[in-house]
Write a protein that binds this ligand. Structure first.
Ligand code: ATP
Ligand code: MG
Length: 235
């Protein structure tokens, strides 16, 4: 079954179009990454599903769990099984780790418990009472993932979770993604510029170039075709 189905989506901001006739599907249990250069429209794509800072949808459909959510208000999307970790890692800086997660728990109808969320993040468990503003970039990213996880989503959208993190922390993020996918059966939709990381965790990649889906392939095929990286990713 497809958890996410995007069909012929045309979207942008104001009168400027960013996405052109985009279609893609993500099956239950898959880890799928959307790759592309800066400005290709990756975050815009993700916001069309998450409903955050919503782009203007000119035409097309976004379905999650079989339900058309194209025009659904942002605050109602969590209850449709969507978890979202935005590019800017939204955490409440003045609140502690556990307070941040509790806020997310209180905002949703069928949440995980605090202990269950923390069980995925041993480092956060140790720092439970520390204010979010005093955490490192990697710890804040874990907290942002934890907050999204608290609503017990079916699909987790993650916009460049590795951005600005040291390589050993990127490995921790990878590990969490794998664990959530394997243990929770969570479907994951990832935007990444770190191709190596995306290849390590994904079942499949889509390539977005100037707002159009130009290719779709497995990590194995991408590995064998380094020229594709140069064509679409400049890496
Ligand atoms: N809120 C906005 N209002 C107007 N234009 C926007 C807005 N957000 C993004 N854009 C424009 O839409 C285009 C696609 O941006 P988007 O952020 O989706 O790209 P991206 O692939 O996520 O890039 P990056 O890799 O840099 O994060 C860009 O030209 C950008 O300037
Ligand atoms: Mg982006």
């Amino acid at each position: 079954m497809n958890i996410v189905e995007i069909e012929n989506l045309n979207a942008g901001y104001g009168t400027g179009q960013v996405l052109f006739d985009v279609s893609l599907e993500i099956e239950e249990g898959e880890v799928v990454s959307l790759l592309g250069r800066n400005g290709a429209g990756k975050s815009t794509m993700m916001r069309c599903v998450a409903g955050a800072k919503p782009p203007h949808i000119q035409s097309g459909t976004v379905r999650v769990n079989g339900e058309d959510i194209t025009d659904l208000a942002t605050h109602k999307r969590t209850s449709k099984g969507i978890g979202y970790v935005p590019e800017e890692r939204r955490v409440w800086p003045g609140l502690t780790i556990s307070e941040n997660i509790r806020m997310a728990i209180n905002n949703t109808s069928d949440p995980m418990s605090l202990d269950e969320v923390l069980s995925y993040f041993p480092r956060l468990q140790e720092l439970e009472d520390k204010a979010a503003r005093n955490l490192s970039g990697g710890e804040q990213q874990m907290l942002a993932i934890g907050r999204a996880l608290a609503s017990n989503p079916d699909v987790m959208l993650m916009d460049e979770p590795s951005e600005g993190l040291a390589p050993y922390i990127v490995r921790d993020v990878e590990q969490v993604i794998r664990q959530l996918n394997e243990e929770e059966g969570l479907t994951i939709f990832l935007v990444e510029q770190n191709v190596v990381m995306a290849m390590d965790v994904s079942d499949r990649h889509y390539f977005l170039d100037q707002g159009e889906i130009v290719d779709e392939m497995t990590p194995g095929k991408l590995q064998e075709n380094p020229e594709i990286r140069q064509r679409y990713l400049s890496v």
